[in-house]
Structures are given as C-alpha cells and as structure tokens.
Design a protein around this ligand. Sequence first.
Ligand code: XMP
Length: 513
Amino acid sequence: MDKNQTILIIDFGSQYTQLIARKIREQNVYCEIHTHQISIESILSKSPKGIILSGGPMSVYDEDSIIIDKKIFELNIPLLGICYGLQLTAKLLGGKVEKAEDREYGKAILNNFSKSKILNNVSENSVVWMSHGDLVSDVPDGFKIVAKSEHSPVCAIENSEKNIFGVQFHPEVNHTLEGKKILRNFLFDICKCDGDWTSKNFIDKSIEEIRNKVCADDVICALSGGVDSTVAAVLVQKAIGEKLSCIHIDSGLMRKNESEQIEKIFNEKLELNVKYIDASELFLSKLKGVTDPEKKRKIIGNTFIEIFDEEAKKNHKVKYLVQGTLYPDVIESVSVKGKSSLIKTHHNVGGLPEKMNLKLIEPFRELFKDEVRKIGKELNIPSEFLSRHPFPGPGLAVRILGEVNFVNLELLREADNIFIEEIKNHGLYDDIWQAFAVLLPISSVGVMGDSRTYEKVLALRAVASTDGMTADWYHFNSEFLATVSNKIVNKVKGINRIVYDISSKPPSTIEWE
Ligand code: XMP
C-alpha cells in the first residue's frame, strides 16, 4: 500500500461513508475516513491525491448543519462532493441549494449529458441511486452542469479547471449501475492514482511503520483466538520478532473445543510466542447472578484487563499493546456529534491502554474484515482459520440471555456445535457471515416419549453480511432447519424447543446482547 496515494474521505454522517471507502479500496487505492472537523493543516500533511466529501443526513441550511473550511477548495487537490458533499460545495462556493419539491429516494435516470471528466464513458440514461430532500438550484461560477435527472436539474457538476466535481446521486452503492466507472474516473483519470494498494504492499508498509514506532521497546498482544487479533499478532511478529509476546486468556466462555483448537494453531502453524492462562473459574465467579447485558460486558472486559495487566507488569520493557481493532469497531464505539449513537460496548476498543499506560499498535484500524482476511492469507495463515465466523470478545456470555453458569454454557456449547457442524456438512459455512445459537432464559413445555418436559428454548441465528455493520437473516431451506432442530432436541438434554431468528440489522443487532 502506498499511503502517498491516499484519498481522503471527509465524513458528514452518511450511512454510506464506509461504503465509499470499500469501493475505493476495491480499486486498490488506499483511503482514510476523517470527520468534518479535520483541519486544513492535517489534510495537507497527508498529501492526499484526492478528497471526497461524503453525503450526510442534514440540510446545508439547518442551523446546526456541519460545514468545512472553504479553503479546502483552494488546495489544488481534486475534490468530489457526493450528495450533501455536492450541496455543501455548491453553497460554499456561491451557488444555491433549495428544498426539493419532490424528494428523490431510490432509482433515477441520468440524462442531458455534457462532455465531462467525471462521467466519461457513462451511458446516457444510466440508472443512479438518489437519496435527498434538497437540490442545487444554482451552480457556482466556474461550474457547469454535466447531467440532470427528472427531479434534479443539477445531478452532476464539474469545474474541470479546478478539478472540483459533485454528484447528487451515490456512485458508491450498487444500485448506481455505473458507479464503479464514475469512481474510477475520479481515482485514476482525475486524481491519477496508481491503484497499487495491495495486501502485499500493506504488509511491507505496516512492517516498516511498526519497526520505526517500536524501536527498542517490547510489545504485548492479547490473543483472543479471533481472526483480527491473530492476523495483527502475526504481522507484528514479522516486524519485530521476539520483542512481541502474546497472552491467550481462556475465559471459559468459548465454544466447544475452541481453546484446544486455538492452542494447536498458535503452536503448530503460526509459531507465535503465546502464554496460555486458564481463567474460566474467575470469569464464572464474577458473572454469578449477573443478568444485565452491559454489566456482563463490563465485568468480562474488566476481568480481561485485570489478568492481562498483571501479566504485562512482569515485563517492564513493554510499552505497546497490539489490538486487532477494525474500522467497524471504531465507528460503532464512537458517537460523532450525536449523529451515530453508542450501540454496544465493544470491549476490544476501550479499557486496556488507559489503565496500563500503553501505547497502541492497531494496524487494521482503517480496514474491514474481508481486507484483514486477505492480509492473513498473504501472511500464510491457514485459510480454515481465516474463514472462521467472527466471535465476540465477551464470548458465549452474550449468547446466554440471563445468568451465565457452567450448566447453561455446556448446553449452549453442545447445541451451537450441532448447528455449526450441520451448516458445514451442507456446504453453507462460507456463504454465512455468522451463525450461532442463543440460549433463552425461558422454559417451555414439551413432550418426549410419554413424558412431559419443561426445558429451555434455543434460538438459532444466521446472517449474511459483508462487514457486520448491516445484516440480513439467512434464508435456510425448511428441511435444513428441521434437521438441525431435530438433532439438537434429540441430543441436547435440557432443550426442547428451537426457534429461528428472522430479524435483520438494523433494526436488530447480530448478537442478542
Ligand atoms: P452486533 O451484535 O453489534 O455485532 O450487530 C456486530 C459484529 O460485532 C461482533 N461483536 C463483538 N466483537 N467484541 C468483539 O470483538 C464485542 O464486544 C462484540 N460484540 C459484538 C458480533 O459478533 C458481530 O460480528
């Protein structure tokens, strides 16, 4: 990856901002998302090849609308405004934005083309995706309108001399059929990016950065057994070798046989220097009687911190902590000017570094899971390990609604294992982002043989997603569900009823707590 080829995305709160980043990276161009508060100096210090102003939920005329320093248009850096980004560009440069008579949500047809760099090779009548209530009614001096639609007299504008462009629609969503072409026009023809952001380049560059950062200090990593922290540890180990030590804490909240499998992979395949600590009893004793989801998360997070802290203190040379934080962890944990609210405490983001006075190494802070998997592949991490479904830091504790105890854990482990094995046997594992069982805190009446039973209800959850930010419930065929339901009820004593979760995210979340 060449960070000198960066595209800066400035976020005004659009639900699609991350999608812009993905679409750019898919073109092998590196990009970073920053809030609208970024200063002109910081922008310049990154020497971006181009800037994108994202969409946003506001109107540029709202009292609390967020804006950006007008100097951004004087930097001689190509700029593309998308939706709100276009309207902001128009307003700040002297054009006019008004409430649209007909708000435009959904598909629209581009027409009335003029020759342009941004829409080069895009076909007349191309379908685009709109989502706006305001429209540009007057373009600033120096700009020309290069496309319209039925409800938007200004659908795309450009100032080809200053390399400033704006589109009312969203080129980043798949419904904009030639969106990729439009982004490519911007990235390659206008910004002159080389498109050399590959996993291999990313690894080389990160290794160099980590070495320069760490110098003579030591580094520690809490290895959860998940893909992100493992790939991060292997990358850091490649950079600094034995100066990295890893700790794996078995919380007792893992899935069936998971800790053994993890130990085997770390020892035999990855040659990581790992210390294993079995803390299952401690975790369970602290969780006794606790039913509130956020309390559970906090207790688990704090217990990890305590154990880790004690271990880390044994080596005074440790100054850095490696975390496998991903981009979605960062956004879901921060509230930006009240535009996105805190949904759940993801404990891998906060806690440890403040308490321990350690500096962070987070090589994947700007990446999505599929990008980390590609990097893991490049680092020769076995693919069966990389393709594992994500597993939350608090483990099965957030999949047992109500109190977490050993009996409930064993029930859930058995049932979950049957579900996952069946998914694998049917060849569905890689189609599914995440599948798991959830033990509900209710019992229901059943009949087995001639006897009445009064046992637990188990929910099955499976979702399709690309990054965990949004998700659809997975449509199994009914025979598959019948097979799993039968097997679980027959084999797991203590569960007599199975339900399947058919909610998507939003409005639900993937995990139940
Ligand atoms: P939700 O439930 O918020 O989950 O839709 C989105 C993704 O994040 C995972 N998840 C976590 N991962 N620590 C983690 O490392 C956590 O505390 C945590 N909570 C949820 C979840 O499994 C899904 O993939």
